[in-house]
Design a protein around this ligand. Structure first.
Ligand code: DAT
Ligand code: MG
Length: 145
């Protein structure tokens, strides 16, 4: 067989401060691994505002933008790169829809999160939504990778 395989698709996953506070780092990583994706980089950090402004640039000006930055700087987060065929849509499916109240049971957000009555939705994880976003976000959290 000729080697026509391209490099595997990558996505940026963040385990947000609510996930870390609640001790769900292992649970989230376990779901990614059990699905069959591999983790090629991993770090825990206290994200500063500048980094998050870059990451969430598309949401600037929205009513939940300031609460989102405040929430994301409220404690440590875990950033990781997951890879595999169609991992971008695969992880978004594992994560479930943005609103945890209606995210499908079986998904990370559907099983592990709910509305906390806060101005920003707290939903455990972030996952890139396109190849362009994934590569842009990976450069922010893992410069050089
Ligand atoms: P996702 O994280 O599912 O890609 P997004 O990129 O639209 O969702 O928004 C980023 C985060 O901001 C999301 O995970 C939770 C929060 N958020 C989004 N829409 C919101 C809303 N209408 N009210 C409050 N928080 C919101
Ligand atoms: Mg998004």
């Amino acid at each position: 067989m000729t080697n026509t395989a391209s490099s595997p698709q990558r996505t940026l996953v963040l385990i947000k401060p609510d996930g870390v506070r609640r001790g769900l780092v292992g649970e989230v990583i376990s779901r990614i691994e059990k699905k069959g994706y591999s983790i090629s980089a991993l770090r825990m950090l206290n994200a500063d505002r500048n980094l998050l402004e870059e990451h969430y640039a598309e949401h600037k000006g929205k009513p939940f933008y300031e609460p989102l930055l405040e929430f994301m700087t409220s404690g440590p987060i875990v950033a990781l790169i997951a890879q595999g065929e169609r991992v971008i849509e695969g992880f978004r499916s594992l994560a479930g829809t943005t609103d945890p109240t209606v995210a499908a049971p079986g998904s990370i957000r559907g099983d592990l999160a709910r509305d906390q009555g806060t101005r920003v939705v707290q939903n455990i994880v972030h996952g890139s939504d396109s190849v362009e976003s994934a590569e842009r976000e990976i450069r922010i959290f893992f410069p050089g990778l």
